[in-house]
Ligand binder design. Structure first.
Ligand code: PLP
Length: 386
């Protein structure tokens, strides 16, 4: 069905940050399948793990123990500092699990119609509950009636939490992105996440972070919440977790990790051996190759390079982000720039109408970072004159 307006290209093979189309033309991928291919394309560790597992066992069922799933849960708990994991197949599903956890948690405290604070500009997925939690009229339009139980507040505004608490007596949780991705790479002020944590502690709310785009080392930490030195009660992962093999995870600690009981939630495919070995290979490779630190270093190099390359351009308003999650906001709408860059062999994306978004593989080399910077500068100049 026509759910995507596709660009006129299809890729035949990839290696690291490079892709080749059917004619043999080479592209530098600064988007990584929208924050998915953290190890780059065709990474041998993932390929090997998936091929071996596919030859042995792809699926059994969650009605049995799944050793690889248990192993992955332990590894994720160890790198994130959270206690338990529910596995599913996408970011939207991981957020659905978080929303269900919040509601059960609320009911457990005697709140009959629990509400969750969400923010303007948020994106949490395309299911009915997650479009209802998202803060964009565009993703909601035509799908009303929306799922009730969400209270919307401005992002990066701590006083709005207290105001919401005054007006709504049934709030049990806050669900936000630590850095808004689809909303335009919106980085909150340095005290925001810590402030949300404190407000949640004070009021007994669950702090739930959607780390689907920011997680897996993207921002220079395993979770972006670690940049603020806080730990959420619930965090969701997907995208980079399987390097392209579909897998999502809802992680939780403390009381939030104990509300789901047998029969309350589930997934046929969630946490199957194939997806779990892919994710184990991703976690192992990120650790063994020090890619979290590398993402921080390459992010600094890219941001500095972009600053130098783009500062003479009048059309560039701001360069922002953390690690390898970078947004370049222009003065005007720039959706057409994606094609201008594509012609030059560079893959980027534009979100929030005028924010160019870069989410390359964490394995990107310094030389490749410099090539992204040069090609993007060329593309923006061409777009300005076009
Ligand atoms: N949450 C965030 C922050 C996202 O960026 C996305 C996807 O862009 C999602 C959730 C939805 O993930 P999925 O498309 O895997 O359902």
């Amino acid at each position: 069905m026509a759910t995507y307006q596709r660009l006129p290209v299809s890729f035949e093979r990839g290696e690291g940050v490079w892709l080749w189309d059917a004619s043999g033309k080479k592209y530098l991928d600064a988007l990584g399948g929208i924050a998915v291919c953290v190890l780059g394309h065709a990474h041998p560790s993932v390929g090997r793990a998936v091929a071996e597992q596919a030859g042995r066992l792809i699926h059994t069922s969650n009605i049995y123990h799944i050793a690889r799933q248990e192993e992955l849960a332990k590894r994720l708990a160890s790198v994130t500092g959270l206690d338990r994991v529910f596995f599913c197949n996408s970011g939207a599903e991981a957020n659905e699990a978080a929303i269900k956890i919040a509601r059960l948690y609320g009911h457990g405290r005697g709140v009959d119609a629990p509400e969750i604070i969400v923010s303007q500009g948020a994106f949490h997925g395309r299911t009915l509950a997650t479009i209802s939690a998202s803060g964009s009229k565009k993703v909601q339009a035509g799908f009303e009636p929306l799922v009730p139980g969400f209270v919307r507040v401005p992002y990066d505004d701590l006083s709005s939490l207290a105001e919401a608490a005054q007006e709504h007596r049934n709030i049990v949780a806050v669900l936000i992105e630590p850095i808004q991705g689809e909303g335009g790479i919106v980085v909150p002020g340095k005290d925001y996440l810590r402030g949300v944590r404190a407000e949640c502690d004070r009021r007994g709310w669950l702090m739930m972070l959607d780390e689907v785009q920011t997680g897996m080392g993207r921002t220079g930490e395993w979770l972006a919440s670690q940049l603020a030195d806080i730990s959420p009660d619930v965090a969701t992962l997907a995208k980079g977790l399987g390097n392209g093999v579909p897998i999502g995870a809802c992680l939780a600690r403390g009381e939030a990790s104990e509300v789901l009981a047998p029969g309350t939630h589930g997934s046929t495919f969630g946490g199957n051996p194939l997806a779990c070995v892919a994710a184990l290979a991703v976690v192992d490779t990120i650790e063994q190759q020090g890619l979290v630190q590398h993402a921080a270093d390459m992010g600094r190099r890219m941001t500095k390079g972009l600053g130098e390359e783009l500062s003479p351009l009048r059309n560039v308003r701001e360069i922002r982000g953390r690690g390898l999650m970078i947004g370049i906001e222009l003065e005007r709408a720039c959706a057409g720039l994606v094609s201008t860059a594509l012609e030059r062999g560079l893959l980027v994306n534009v979100t929030a109408e005028r924010v160019i978004r870069l989410l390359p593989a964490l394995t990107i080399t310094p030389d490749e970072v410099d090539q992204v910077v040069a090609l993007l500068g060329e593309s923006i100049r061409a777009f300005d004159h076009g």
